[in-house]
Design a protein around this ligand. Sequence first.
Ligand code: ATP
Length: 510
Amino acid sequence: MGNVFLRVWAYFKLCLPCVSEDTTDSPVVIVNRGAHHAPDPPQSLKQKPIILYFVALFDYEARTAEDLSFHAGDKLQVLNTSQKGWWWARHLEKEDSSGQRLEGYIPSNYVAEDSSLQAEPWFFGAVSRADAENQLLYPKNQTGAFLIRESETHKGDFSLSVLDGKVVKHYRIGRLDGGNFFITPRKTFSTLNEFVSYYSTISDGLCVRLGKPCLKIQVPTTFDLSYNTVDHWEIDRSSVQLLKRLGTGQFGEVWEGLWNNTVSVAVKTLKPGSMDPKKFLGEAEIMKTLRHPKLIQLYAVCSSEEPIYIITELLRHGSLREYLQIDAGSKIHLAQQVDMATQVASGMAYLELNNYIHRDLAARNVLVGEHNIYKIADFGLARILKVDNEDMYKMKDQEKLPIKWTAPEALQNNTFSIKSDVWSFGILLYEIITYGKVPYSGKTHNEVVLMLRQNYRLPQPPNCPQKFYNIMMECWHENPKERPTFERLHLTFEDYFQADLYSEGNNFIR
Ligand code: ATP
């Protein structure tokens, strides 16, 4: 994966007094809320009932009789935005048999206001550098494929990512005081559209001339099954068909299912007695509000009788643990391992920001989707499962139990915190770098607890770079307060290779 980040911004800041000064050195919040979250209605729509036109960014297939199907590029008129995440819209190009324009609910994160920046095929919103690389490296994109994204580290700035052969290169787009955009100050543009038009005709210092916009391969997750499960997400279990068993965990089975004959979902069926339904519903209430592209979305539950069903987003490639083990290092290399760590840290930074604790972070609870997407599952569930530490020691499948992932203070006093999650993240890094090896292999849980009391830490695995191991060791600091935040961990992994370039003195590389 090409990780050459072009630090032209730093260079021009040095050379040009007229460039607006950005002194943001402190860590910034990197949580990826922007493009993936159900946007609030545009201000103009909230205020007065004027007609607003939207353009579809992705294909959408109706899930209920009240939904409206559309294709990417279709024009829609939004008529009502009162339902969060789902708007009532009129299709401007499709009519029913009586000549009436078709109307129905649409997911609001599938459309953008016509002629807005968000509607441009090359604008990808708040996409991270690693995700931009994954999307550009999709085989159907060719040299010159590009996207413009909002910078995560410099709020309000934009970055250009371009595919050059097999390498993705990134340019920070500078702004003059007057707001003009530039890569080099000898050529500035009043809009990003002008910027794109210019570099589509001539490379003028870029690695290549801009070609086609990057294909939008990642269809966003809707946050609900449909408009009518937004508030009523206790659903009838007869609306869910269980199609194929995907796996079995300590507390039940996971099935691939189909809701309403239209939406593919994952269904976790909990063994009777493993959870108090009331407690579960209380927690699910919070889990439902957590929305982030690196977290598995909770869609709905069937909790009125046992077994409880937890209905979530489906990720096709199953758990990260198995994914790492199957490949065992023949195809997965350091860049992808760092990407896994970056994506998980991004999701955890969101939980951190929302004061939420996972309690069972491990490779078995990270799921793998299409196009190298990794998402965190089962957050919060551990708190309400009817298991205490005593039981954990006694349980049969020692390999899967979280003792070896749990921070010493959580084992000793049951004090779970986001910092005990950071400890678990360190163990997850061990799993990533060893291709799914069980930590403290061959040791019983009691032995591990004793070893940790004596300040023992997992040794550096043979193929693990020192830099990667140093991060693991920071996560295992005895004092929870000294462990890094997930925000910091995200930035560290996001810049993992970039930092190497700096240390070699390369501030801007082409
Ligand atoms: P434990 O119960 O100890 O947490 P586990 O995480 O392996 O173990 P489950 O969460 O029940 O157990 O998951 C069992 C398997 O089902 C996973 O390993 C994974 O392969 C599959 N699975 C779980 N959730 C999903 C999902 N949302 N999409 C696709 N596959 C899933």
